[in-house]
Each structure stands twice: as C-alpha cells, then as structure tokens.
Design a protein around this ligand. Sequence first.
Ligand code: 8YV
Length: 325
Amino acid sequence: LADKPVILQMAELARFPYRSIGDRFEVIRYWQIDEPNAMLARDGAKVRGMIAAGSQRIDDVILDKLPNLEVIANIGVGYDRLDIEAVARRGIIATNTPDVLTEEVADLTVGLLIATVRRMPQAERHIREGRWAKSPFPNSPSLRGRSVGIVGLGRIGKAVARRLQGFEVSEICYCGRTRQADVPYRHFKDIREMAAHISVLILTLPGGPETKGLVDADVLAKLGSDGIIVNVARGAVIEKDALIAALRDGAILAAGLDVFWNEPEVPQELLALDNVVLLPHVGSASQKTRAEMIELLQDNLFAWFEGRGPLTPVAETPWQGGNGE
Ligand code: 8YV
C-alpha cells in the first residue's frame, strides 16, 4: 500500500469507467479537503501525479508545493487551466485527451449553429410559454448560402468543416498563420479579413494567453449585422463586453455559446438577450465521450507509472524517454 504512487485529483470526474484508479494509486481528493494549504504543506512532496480538472488553475503557486510532481493528466483536449510554460520549465509532463472527443464536439458545434440560426430554443419557448395558439413563431434567418469561417482548423475544426460540406453553405474558410496543405477550404491569414468575407464565425481554437481577446469589437463589426458567431473554444477568446454590446446593438445577428469567461457564471446581460443561445459547456459531454476521455486520462497515468511514457503528451511537454517506474 505504501508504495502506491500518490495522485492529487483536483476536481470530481464522472466515475472511472474501468480498472479503478484507486487500486493503483493513492488518490488525494483536493476538492474535498477543508484546508488545502495545510494538506499541501504536509503531503505535497509525496505527490507524483495530478489529475487536472475543474477550475483550479495549475501554476507556480501550487506547483511550488509539489516538488516531486512528474505528470499532470488533464481532462479535456484544451489545457488552458495549466500554466503550461511553468509546467514545461519544471520538466513535468502534461497529457490531454485529444481525438476521443473530436466528433462529439463537432456534432455539438453544428447543432448549436443550427439552433442559433434557426432560433430553435426560442421556438421551443414559444410553445412552452403557450404563445403558439396566439401567434405563429416568426420566421428565422437561414444557414444556406452563408459563407462560414472557422478559427482553429485543427482536429475539431476540420470535423466541423466536414459536416458543413453537407449543408449547402456557400463557402468554407479558415484562418491561421499558415495555409494547410490538403484542405479544400479558403485560407485567410488575418481574422479581420476573413470576418469581412463571411457571415458565420466558428471558434474551435485553443484558449490561453495567445488567443485571449482575439475576437474584439472590430472583428465583430466586420462580421456585420447578419453575422453569427458560435464559440465552443474558450470564453476568453471573445472580448466579453464587445460581444454583449454587438448582440445588444445589432452589430451582429446572434451568437451560440458553449463556453464563458468565468464558468459557471453567465453574464446577466446575455441572459437578458433573445439573440443568443447558451449551453453549459457541454461540447464533449456525452456519456460515451466523457467515459472515453476519462479512460484516456487514466491510461496516461497507468502508462507513465508503468514506465512506458505518456500516451498523449501535449506539444509543450514532449516526452524524451526515461522516468516513470
Ligand atoms: C472540458 C473541453 O475539458 O476538451 C476540452 O477542451 O473544453 C472539455 O472537454 C471538460 O469539460 C472537462 O473540463
């Protein structure tokens, strides 16, 4: 028992799907601890692995208290809860959960786009609030014929684009520093240039300091009064006040948002608007996909502590061999 590696789990996850993590590791449940600082002072040096989940930021403040941490297994493909520069500097390996959630998030993205354009939640409210018998639901805008721009043509962006090819949109574009070989979509270097050309902006890019505030008042103005924005990336990619103002003033038509600036908080101004569809960060949240994400997270820890290295390390912390048992 004494030589089981100690893992610090930051937040609760859905039940681990198979081989129980508790059989292999001694798990400290951070979110259940009343005095986390006292626990870290006492047990921090024992901790060799971490399950990064929830809203706790993993930066120098906590890493300083975990001098023997080897590996951080992050739930999610996005790992902006980690100060990845601090993690890399310490020689800690971080892993994420790519691929297993790609198609699920792409489904949700297209669903949210259609719900936003065709005003499906508003139409449903029209029935539930007993208004249908009094007046028909007003006609909605249409998706067909729109030019769509994707910011972040990675695995998820490509899966969204592939789906949209079946939807009679007029053009699919993407922006990014470099043009990608083997994609049939129009490339823009600059988001402003692309925003002026399209009427649907889909955000599937990573969060973090490099993309913070990328979509500002200027981008929204260029998207224009017929413009629709769908964000399944991270809230901070869009400037909050600019988005609220653009939705309120009609500078853009509508937004579908699965992510927010300080989750689970949703700005009151957005709740008051009728041209926004809100989801509680459920892009990957099907039972099947969450189980696969947790399984991959767990397999990363098993592989590491069996000396096989990480299965899916993030780009900033490549594995160079060694370590583990
Ligand atoms: C969350 C996500 O990670 O994969 C991502 O980047 O945004 C989600 O899957 C998940 O909610 C766990 O925090």
